[in-house]
Ligand binder design. Sequence first.
Ligand code: F0G
Length: 375
Amino acid sequence: MLGFVPHPDLPESVNMPFRNRYTGLIDKYRDRLPVHDDTRIISLGESNTPLIRLNNIPALLGKNVDIYVKYEGLNPTGSFKDRGMTMAVTKAVEEGSKAIICASTGNTSAAAAAYAARAGITAFVLIPEGKIAMGKLAQAMIHGAVVIQIRGNFDAGMQIVKDVAEYTPVTIVNSINPFRLQGQKTAAFEIIEELGTAPDYHCLPVGNAGNITAHWMGYSEYHEHGIVNNRPHMVGYQASGSAPFLRGHMVDNPETVATAIRIGHPQSWDKAWAVQKESEGWFDECSDEEILAAQKLLTEKEGVFCEPASATSLAGAMRDIKSGKIAEGSKIVCTLTGNGLKDPETAIKQCDANPMVTVDASVEAVKSAILDNME
Ligand code: F0G
């Protein structure tokens, strides 16, 4: 190995030669992605995220089910968007693009900003004024994207992006860019590789419905190639105030505390309905209260911190497990799309019942704070 010297006192698992370094999903899944041997890959080492088996929540539900959460919040910019963005930006650069553009509820803008920085190109991001979580805004700004706030929601921004891209030399990196879905399908590959099978149910939060579409592509690809002989029922949960798939039509003024999925005009409308039918899955909605309760339960009972939108998958799954719609004995994967740190304000607001303890800087004061708070 080039310059690699194993350390005699370290175990073999640590003494890995450099060639085993993880270099991101395009390198890993090159054969299944539309890249060439000489394509310059723009990567931040995304994907390869943990699939965490929930230890306590199934017991709390009183049901014999296996629930796994795919913790996409551990991607480099803290959301699943990195999977799609490594592909979209790699292809944009390959095609000679000098600038990318997206409308975003926050996470896409963070990923676009980071991957554009990595590539040395410009990112323009349109965000709804006042409606994106603080962590995401910080990311877009610090990576040097041109952040354009609009006095309107995501859906208005998306329409403007589509129009503007017709007249300006910019590549759209929203999930209407087909390379985004190609990157995102790899999450399904990872789940199959880890479980040795597809789950019985795969639950996701749905906004534009790109991710549920991409997952189905991934499951179907491994199925077609005989790597597995099953595919999951795909279940998409939306926030009640932003639930066009439940209403059966576009929603004009979407609202929800889960700002990431505050979307009324999903871009992958037809594709997602096809996924629902083919997979014999369903859509359902969760109230903001249910979403926040699931976020808190997951942090308190399992130690996993996701952002509110992400908790929609678990909120819906828990309801369907309790009711028996998802049967006992099932293997369920819930995608946790984004990291809890993205939205510290909503997290702190959730802790009113468990405020900080402020005391004098003395052993005595801290000691009594400990004794007062022992369970
Ligand atoms: N969860 C999170 C945390 C998201 O940021 C998004 C989408 C979704 C779920 C829904 O995924 O749109 O593929 O159905 N966020 C986009 C953005 C819209 O701009 O960051 P989807």
